[in-house]
Design a protein. Structure first.
Length: 382
């Protein structure tokens, strides 16, 4: 009955099928890319590599705080309704919440990987998460009658092209795979941890299902005229905050049990980063999927990798062994984004954004007289 309640209410007038809804979906995805792409730059400024689970714990505390602030500001009436919390307690044993708690270890694994591979390489490994996230979301949306009027197949070539683009960006930095002369075996451990972080990030999509189940248990009269997509967003954000708290305490328990410590400025920035970057990016991602008509909107999330590399190159330094691979990978990612947006004529104003990012990246990465790895950008001459 919960699923039926959600399906029967999925059509009311809202931004779901309007012109502005499609444009807003892309706008929210741009917000996701900008927020997520700044995370590696923040981590580069902190001394957290020796305490990955402590970092992950404080990071998730910030994420949970961000989710509850969002709920307080935009969904205050629902947040303080007793029937909502009774419905949430009734779903507390759901397997979706368990998987979402596991998702809360993503950045602990990411920081752990930095003991074995460079930050830019770890970020590219993490950057493959959009495909898994989209597959999970697509299955859940089709089962629950939410969003997505078109199938996944039309956007699949663009997903594969973007995935290949990320692989090429990774190949462009082969010189960074073996870090500090540790050898290939530790490097493989770092790659495994990076890909594990990507898999856990993709698991976060299961909260759409929990949000839909919660929406189905809340009487329609308590929705206050909100469309079903917004009630699902409320449920997803509530699950995001609750599981974030649980994951935070587990991470902290593992970290302190491991005998690690984290200095005040570092754990303070971890909380702030989880609040201002991860929570914002994730909530934008969820809103974009609930507004979009087709799953291809998630191809935009692959733009996170080249933009993150751009920030690192500008402010930290990135070693690039093959600039040609880097440019080709960036072209594949941006090109696939443009092709996806071509399916939506209403998104014309957004196409220039991807091309602009490509031109900006080219201006940074292609100086003919690049002096080499010791330069401010850390680029090897092509």
């Amino acid at each position: 009955m919960a699923g039926a309640a959600v399906r029967s209410s999925a059509v009311p007038g809202s931004l779901l099928r309007s012109w502005s809804g499609s444009q807003l979906a892309v706008g929210f995805m741009v917000g996701t890319v900008l927020a997520y792409s700044l995370i590696p730059l923040l981590i580069a400024q902190l001394s957290v590599v020796s305490a990955p689970f402590l970092f992950g714990g404080f990071w998730r505390l910030g994420v949970a705080l961000g989710a509850f602030v969002f709920l307080f500001v935009w969904f205050r009436p629902l947040l303080f309704r007793g029937l909502v919390w009774r419905a949430a307690v009734g779903l507390a044993g759901s397997w979706t919440l368990l998987l979402a708690v596991v998702d809360g270890f993503d950045y602990a694994l990411f920081v752990w990987a930095l003991n074995y591979v460079e930050l830019s390489v770890a970020e590219l490994l993490l950057g493959v998460w959009p495909m898994g996230f989209t597959l999970v979301t697509f299955v859940l949306f089709r089962r629950r009658g939410l969003g997505y009027r078109s199938g996944l197949a039309p956007a699949l070539p663009c997903f594969l092209a973007s995935f290949l683009g990320v692989a090429l960006l990774l190949a462009a930095q082969t010189g960074g795979l073996v870090w500090a002369g540790r050898g290939w075996l530790p490097a493989m451990a770092g790659i495994g941890l990076g890909l594990g972080a990507a898999a856990l990030t993709a698991l976060g999509a299961v909260l759409f299902l929990w949000g839909a189940l919660l929406a189905g248990r809340i009487p329609v009269g308590a929705w206050q005229g909100r469309p079903v997509s917004q009630v699902v967003l409320f449920g997803s954000a509530l699950g995001f905050g609750l599981t974030g708290l649980v994951a935070a305490f587990i991470n902290l328990g593992i970290g302190y049990g491991w005998g690690r410590s984290l200095a005040w400025p570092d754990w303070g920035w971890a909380v702030l980063g989880g609040f201002g970057l991860h929570a914002v990016g994730s909530l934008c991602l969820r809103q974009a999927n609930l507004l979009s008509d087709h799953p291809g909107v998630n191809v935009l999330a692959y733009g996170n990798a080249p933009v993150a590399l751009l920030w690192l190159a500008l402010f930290v330094g990135v070693f690039v062994e093959r600039v040609d691979y880097l440019v080709l990978g960036a072209v594949l990612i941006v090109g696939s984004n443009v092709l996806v947006n071509l399916r939506e004529p209403r998104l014309l104003p957004w196409r220039g954004l991807g091309l602009g990012l490509l031109l900006l990246g080219a201006a940074v990465y292609l100086p003919v007289a690049s002096p080499g790895p010791g330069s401010p950008l850390g680029l090897k001459q092509w």
